[in-house]
Design a binder for this molecule. Structure first.
Ligand code: KG4
Ligand code: ZN
Length: 339
């Protein structure tokens, strides 16, 4: 009889402390402690994030075990995020994971956070089979925007990236200009539903190869807002929905152009997205249209696996466990770990 594995996933790369328990590729629990403290600062404050991880990690792990109805002694392995991310945040998760693995005398597995954003599609899902290899992976998060040629679970090649801001960062910065709370992406998405995406026009930056750039768009957005505010101090309030819909459409158009180019250049049928911005309704709508009209085979992650979570760390842990890819106790975290 096949042995069942119980994997504890731990995620602490940025401002969410998360723990999940998987039984092989099936998620039994997926718990997240969000750090609200950063909202008033308009962005993540690294030092505060590390402290909050220290406060949250034990209760979140206990909650994940309790919901999964698993005693820690039943765990087969512990998977943790090694990078990329904020150094202080990563250190809390890795030190905790190492100590627990040592005390339970079970293997430790290190996980690349960006690989996990793409491999979350391998979590057991009754509605959708996982993508077959090779595929075009697109990471759309607050810290990264990458086009990735995914040849197998752990053979990934970055073929394009942002030269400056990540797409989520662009959403958040434009939101800040409009006075929205951090992270502004979900709020822009919501407000855009009532707005006209063609109300304002922003230039699409011309960038070579499969790279993108978002910092110029943020500047164009600030300039447009400032120009109108001079004539009408209530400009933002009066045009909030249209501003959100227009900037969202442009941010999505930029990455969609490169997705189409990459798909063609590398002759890939499947497009797989991951990361916080994979929750965005405009990118999901545009990709779904491509699937319908041009037969693209698209993979949109379930919402609970888009923004940072530990289930995605657990599923990578499961696939590394199958290949016996263990971490060593002297391995250090890496803020800039490549995919
Ligand atoms: O992957 P993630 O949780 O964290 C990083 O690894 O960076 O991504 C967070 C980003 C934030 O910038 C947030 O504004 C954005 O994802 N985000 C969204 C939506 N939901 C989250 N952006 C646009 N539309 C959404 N619905
Ligand atoms: Zn992330």
């Amino acid at each position: 009889m096949k042995k069942t594995n119980h994997i504890l996933g731990i995620e602490s790369s940025c401002d969410d402390t998360a723990a999940a328990v998987l039984r092989d590729d099936e998620v039994l629990s997926n718990c997240i402690a969000n750090q609200k403290i950063h909202q008033s600062y308009g962005g993540v404050v690294p030092e505060l994030a590390s402290r909050a991880h220290q406060a949250n990690i034990v209760p979140v792990v206990q909650q994940a075990l309790s919901i999964a109805n698993i005693d820690k002694k039943q765990l087969t392995a512990i998977a943790y995020t090694r990078g990329p991310g904020l150094l202080g945040s990563l250190l809390v998760g890795s030190a905790f994971a190492k100590s627990l693995a040592l005390s339970l005398n079970i293997p430790l597995i290190e996980v690349n956070h960006m690989q996990a954003h793409l491999l979350c599609h391998f979590i057991k899902n009754d509605n959708h089979a996982p993508p077959a290899f090779p595929f075009l992976g697109v990471t759309l998060s607050g810290g990264h925007t990458q086009l990735v040629l995914v040849k197998s679970h752990f053979e990934m090649e970055e073929i394009g990236k942002t030269l400056d801001d990540a797409i989520g960062e662009a959403f958040d910065k434009c939101g800040k200009i409009m006075g929205l709370n951090y992270p502004a992406g979900p709020e822009i998405d919501r407000l855009a539903k009532e707005g006209n995406p063609n109300a304002f026009e922003f230039p699409i930056p011309k960038v070579a190869h499969l790279d993108v750039s978002y910092s110029g768009l943020k500047t164009a957005f600030i300039n447009l807002v400032n120009k109108h505010i001079q004539k009408d101090p209530n400009f933002i309030e009066e045009h909030l929905n249209d501003l959100c819909a227009s900037i969202q459409k442009t941010l999505v158009t930029v990455i969609m152009q490169k997705i189409s180019q990459a798909k063609e250049k590398y002759k890939l049928d499947r497009v797989v997205i991951g990361g916080g911005v994979a929750a965005n309704s405009e990118i999901r709508r545009v990709l779904s249209t491509k699937a319908k009209d041009e037969n693209w085979d698209i993979f949109l992650p379930p919402f609970q696996y888009t923004t940072d979570n530990a289930a995605m760390i657990g599923i990578v842990g499961y696939h590394k466990l199958l290949q016996k890819k263990w971490a060593t106790m002297n391995q250090t975290v890496s803020a800039r770990l490549a995919i």
